[in-house]
Write a protein that binds this ligand. Structure first.
Ligand code: GAP
Length: 480
């Protein structure tokens, strides 16, 4: 991970947000190459999901009517436990408090909470940490914390209040008056924008069930634990699709979308063995089935996308809370009903990190002088790569630079292409390998004679000569 985070910063994929002020936890900025790659990823998802007859696109606003989040259950249930110090009024989330406390204290707490488990397995720091996080969601953990913990800020003993639920939604206000009547939330998922627009989209597009609505957009969660780079952040992007089906047909479409979504990751270069399904045994009360696609990150398996069979819960809730019908009229059977929903919910930022991690590779490669050196190469799928090609005149004179510039200008009408005329050509190849550029076109003295260029492929490092005027087609065939 450290190597990837450092490459991401050095080469301009991802920067810490507000870095010069010490950063802001859980927020990251995408640099010049990062924004290209993220856009490519989102475009690939958009093409796969909406370039078909039965899925429409949507871009709903981030701020929505606050009743939306009451109807969806987020106001009541999207919470984590939190305690206050009665002496100094500092506020802590139970998970964080437990996580940051000493091993000795953790053992004391865990022994009090679950003596059997402690005796059996809690020997090392990692297991203790995981266990601490797990029990933090438990009601009884609060009492233990009250009795055993010292306030890290003022040192007061047994001064914590009972745990209260802390909502993960960010609040803000609409209009000039900051009072409770004007509270709105930054959406914690894009899905609700789709649900509330279900009939608008259906009427406007004259879709018939089954059909879906897809959306890409920012989501915000005041997460407790923002570790692991882009994995869990407070501001992130989701790529979600709700597929509306006739009740009774949900199992068939659930399986269909599971297959489609796994195939999408593999089509972009993920090896099947780096991905696995995680079946949810404990389901939300409204869910019929839920599976996550997990990727093997350097820190362990982590969810990158959830596929959920959500019954008609959300639409029914919105019908009840808004008083407006959310029913679909089937003009063949003349029936009116609330459709069931299959949801596919991927994190754009989290998938970005998975693809970046999967692409990173270090290997020994031959140098021009017969030796070997280490090269870092991002084996990104060409459609995700931020730069599609580099144009490299061997020397910056004799007309090679003019040909290179002309070729670059021509290619830039269709692709992101990088022109580089500085340093030894081997060094220039390495710089492109490190950012995942799939093809380098080199202009040399032979180009001046026969109008051909060398193409060098990133992964194999194989080179071949092709005609200068064939470069654009060559690239288009391999990139698009
Ligand atoms: N509408 C359903 C929903 O939002 P979720 O499992 O909470 O489901 C879906 O989130 C996806 O969004 C996850 O699989 C993950 O890729 C991404 N995601 C969720 N929370 C995130 C966070 N704090 N930071 C980055 N990505 C996150």
């Amino acid at each position: 991970m450290d190597k990837i985070v450092s490459l991401a910063k050095r080469r301009g994929f991802v920067f810490q947000s507000s870095e010069i002020y010490g950063g802001l936890n859980g927020c990251w900025d995408y640099g010049p190459l990062g924004v290209e790659m993220l856009n490519n990823l989102k475009q690939s998802w958009w093409r796969a999901m909406t370039f078909r007859d039965d899925v429409e696109g949507l871009d709903a606003s981030i701020l929505m009517h606050p009743r939306v989040w009451e109807a969806s259950g987020h106001v009541a249930n999207f919470t984590d436990p939190m305690v206050d110090c009665k002496e100094c009024k500092s506020r802590y989330r139970v998970d964080v408090l437990l996580e940051e406390t000493s091993v000795k204290k953790k053992k004391e707490i865990l022994r009090a909470l679950e003596p059997e488990a402690f005796a059996g397995q809690l020997q090392d720091q990692k297991v203790i940490d995981e266990f601490a996080l797990r029990i933090a969601a438990d009601e009884t953990a609060a009492a233990i914390i009250q009795n055993h913990m010292t306030c890290p800020n003022c040192g007061a003993k047994q001064a914590f209040t009972a745990a209260r639920q802390f909502n993960l939604m960010f609040k803000t206000f609409v209009g000039p008056v900051e009072d409770t009547n004007n509270v709105v939330f930054l959406r914690p998922e894009t899905a609700q924008g789709i649900f509330v627009n279900f009939l608008n989209v259906q009427n406007a597009s004259r879709q018939k069930i089954p059909f879906g609505i897809a959306q890409i957009g920012k989501a915000f969660r005041n997460e407790i634990n923002t570790k692991n780079f882009l994995f869990r952040t407070r501001e992130f992007e989701q790529m979600e699709m709700q597929y509306f089906v006739k009740p009774g047909e949900e199992d068939k479409y659930f399986e269909y979308w599971r297959e489609q979504r796994m195939a999408w990751f593999i089509s972009l270069g993920m090896k099947p063995e780096w991905l696995q399904w995680h079946k949810h045994d404990k389901l939300a009360h409204y869910a019929k089935a839920a599976f996550d696609i997990e990727y093997k990150f350097p820190f362990g398996w982590g969810e990158i996308e959830g596929i959920h069979s959500r019954t008609n819960f959300d639409l029914s809730q919105h019908e009840e809370f808004s008083g407006k019908s959310m029913r679909y009229f089937d003009d063949q059977t003349k029936e009116k009903f609330i459709p069931f929903v299959i949801e596919t919910s991927a994190g754009a930022s989290r998938s970005f990190m998975a693809f970046l991690t999967a692409a990173y590779s270090e290997e020994m490669a031959p140098t021009g002088s017969g030796g070997e050196e280490q090269r870092v190469v991002l084996r990104l799928h060409p459609s995700l790569a931020p730069m599609k090609a580099a144009v490299l005149p061997l020397v910056n004179r004799d007309g090679m630079d003019d040909i290179g510039r002309k070729l670059t200008n021509d290619l830039q009408k269709s692709f992101r292409v990088f022109y580089d005329d500085s340093g030894a050509v081997g060094r220039r190849y390495r710089r492109q390998d490190e950012i995942g550029t799939p093809y380098c076109f080199t202009i040399d003295s032979q180009t001046l004679v026969d109008q051909t260029v060398t193409v060098r492929e990133r992964d194999t490092m194989q080179q071949e000569r092709i005609a200068l005027d064939a470069v654009k087609t060559y690239l288009a065939e391999r990139i698009l």
